[in-house]
Design a protein around this ligand. Structure first.
Ligand code: AQP
Length: 340
């Protein structure tokens, strides 16, 4: 049976990068995937702890993330959203995988290096010589492998930043299968989104990120005045027309990409329509598109913020469903390795 799984970290309010790169795909899978396919979307709170967090903030971000998922159109009758930490099987399987994953595999991962660099005071040399690197951040791709393989997921929708981690997941699955002469884990395949990676509004060489300062991103919950202000202040250049040229005009190319993916049209269509506009006019048009497209999501966010009891219930139900699959699979794994 097919099972699709993808997670989101409760590290702040989800932004249009999360939406265009992941959440919109999760929502559309509810329509396009066959009814027999199980859809699991965990809020991966254990991953959020790989960088120190304020406990109260983490709690708030978890509920806010659940609210945003529902507001974007995740239907709890079709897809299960749940908190990863409610299901201890994730960490048990991660431990079993820790015991078979060579350090060399993890050293080759690039994401922890980037995260350590952007979230700490350490220089690149120090990062590369591993100072300040905690085990959790180093080995979180192993936990990610456990998140996926615990449910025997067959397909994983991911952004291109996660391709390396999915390959590691496949390597771990293969290693386990070989070691125990069993075909326990399917090798999960990626489902990529058509949306390009959305970059920071301030520095177009970096991806838009929840952990970066407010003015670098458009949160799905930003009111129109804030959207207008952030777009107005976003990095641009002094040319008086619009082109799509990621090499020489990365900031403008990013705004064009946001316009196109938000509006569901091609880059060429945007350039044909707005090529002769000056940057201010184009930014105003982009603001209008964002305000229009986000407004139904925002109405739902406002409504659900007043329905916290309902949101908690959705998470509880999701965890119950996910737990049944997880416990059943973990039982099999425990007996394979000799724990049972
Ligand atoms: N800028 C982006 N463009 C397209 N897709 C993106 N995703 C994240 N940023 C962009 C995709 O969103 C999903 C959920 O991401 P995540 O929260 O699990 O982790 P992340 O990739 O680390 O996201 P952030 O926003 O950058 O969070 P922080 O700042 O906490 O690290 C993933 O499928 C991701 O590909």
């Amino acid at each position: 049976p097919e099972l699709i799984l993808s997670g989101i970290q409760p590290t702040g309010s989800p932004h249009i990068g999360n939406f265009l790169g992941a959440l919109s795909k999760w929502v559309s899978l509810q329509r396009t995937a066959h009814d027999s396919v199980t859809l699991l979307y965990p809020i991966v709170d254990l991953h959020a702890l790989t960088i120190p967090r304020d406990p109260e903030q983490l709690k708030k971000s978890k509920i806010e993330t659940a609210i945003v998922l529902l507001a974007c159109g995740i239907d709890p009758a079709r897809s299960y959203i749940f908190e990863q930490s409610r299901i201890p099987a994730h960490t048990e399987l991660a431990w079993l995988f820790n015991c078979i994953t060579p350090m060399g595999w993890l050293s080759r991962m690039t994401q922890w290096k980037l995260k350590l660099k952007t979230n700490s005071q350490f220089s690149e040399d120090e990062v590369l010589s591993f100072s300040g690197l905690c085990l959790g951040l180093f080995s979180y791709p192993v936990l990610q492998a456990a998140d996926i393989l615990l449910y025997k997921a067959t397909h994983v929708p991911i952004g291109d930043d996660q391709v390396q981690h999915l390959e590691l997941t496949r390597d771990i699955a293969q290693m386990f299968n070989k070691m125990y002469h069993q075909n326990v884990f399917p090798l999960p395949l990626s489902i990529t989104t058509s949306a390009k990676r959305i970059m920071s509004l301030y520095d177009p060489s970096k991806k838009m990120s929840k952990s970066d300062p407010e003015n670098t991103r458009i949160n799905l919950s930003d009111p129109p005045t804030i959207i207008a202000e952030k777009i107005k202040k976003s990095t641009s250049d002094s040319l008086k027309y619009i082109t799509y040229d990621p090499e020489t005009r990365p900031a403008i190319a990013n705004l064009v990409t946001i316009y196109a993916t938000m509006q569901g049209i091609t880059i060429d269509q945007v350039v044909a329509e707005h090529g002769k506009s000056d940057i201010k006019t184009f930014k105003d048009a982009l603001t209008q598109v964002l305000v229009e497209k986000l407004s139904p999501i925002q109405e739902e966010i406002q409504r659900l913020r007043l329905e916290q009891g309902y949101v908690q219930q959705v998470l509880k139900n999701g965890a119950e469903k996910a737990s049944m699959i997880a416990e059943n699979n973990l039982d099999e794994i425990r007996s394979i390795v000799g724990l049972k």
